[in-house]
Design a protein around this ligand. Structure first.
Ligand code: UDP
Length: 240
């Protein structure tokens, strides 16, 4: 399948139409951003690394019963995906308190909550992705109650699957963000990406960051850390 018109040009990815109504091609960029585009840079090989990391994770989730948009990795920076009607929402799952939650509620980063915490944000760069609750989502007609219930069940399953996978790679899953959409037949599916750009990964022993916080907070070399994440996942998924 070949790339046709550019449908969407995002901060870290581009989406192209294909000759089929049912599929799109997603291209990962080397551009790195933080704080809603205020901090910007180009990280060599980041597109390739996130493409490979996310492809491995989506394949693993599919194998374990999660329906996703992922079809196949086409080359170093491209994936063939099912076309989706997207929900304008971001779902965050937190196993350990970090980032915005730590700042907002003044809870020390690294604190372990009694149970995972789920957040919903409205996707809007202009509004800085405001957090909303399920009553906003249902009341404003963004998604139906049954869809949100379905998503919550899927989020729990994804969290358990990812925690298990990453544990084998000696990585703790601190938090992650995912998005959902509907395929051309109306089935709910996981879309977008799961990578060190959209999740917090801490080395299980040293607690070093292996994610976008390296860039956000100038903590170290992003490319080296993302390469390390990919190597550890390949080791578990391809050789283990
Ligand atoms: N996240 C994301 N995109 C966003 C906001 C958050 O991928 O637009 C991810 C982020 O990388 C982290 C998790 O969601 O893994 C929780 O993010 P948090 O709200 O702590 O974001 P921060 O304000 O620290 O960027």
């Amino acid at each position: 399948m070949k790339k046709q018109t550019l449908i969407y040009n995002g901060k870290s990815k581009q989406i192209f139409a294909t000759e089929s109504q049912n599929f799109i091609i997603m291209t990962y960029k080397d551009d790195e951003t933080a704080y809603f585009g205020v901090k910007k840079s180009v990280i060599p090989n980041k597109g390739m690394l996130n493409n490979k990391i996310s492809a491995l994770i989506f394949k693993y989730l599919e194998k374990n019963g999660i329906y996703t948009h992922f079809v196949e990795q086409l080359d170093e920076s491209e994936q063939l995906c099912r076309r989706a009607t997207t929900l304008p929402l971001e779902f965050i799952v937190r196993n350990i308190i970090a980032g915005s939650l730590s700042r907002r509620l003044d809870i020390e980063e690294g604190t372990v909550p009694e149970q995972p915490i789920y957040e919903i944000c409205l996707k809007s760069d202009v509004l800085r992705d405001p957090m909303i609750n399920r009553y906003h989502v249902e009341g404003l007609g963004i998604a139906k109650e049954e869809t949100l219930n379905q998503i919550l069940v899927i989020l729990k399953k994804i969290n358990e699957l990812l925690k298990n996978l990453l544990k084998k790679s000696h990585i703790d899953l601190i938090d992650f963000k995912v998005e959902f959409g509907f395929d051309t037949e109306g089935n709910l599916m996981l879309i977008d990406e799961i990578s060190p750009d959209t999740a917090r990964f801490w080395d299980s022993e040293s607690h070093e960051h292996l994610d976008r916080d390296l860039f956000r907070r100038d903590l170290g070399d992003v490319e080296t850390a993302y390469k390390e994440v990919l190597a550890r996942l390949e080791n578990v998924l391809q050789n283990g």
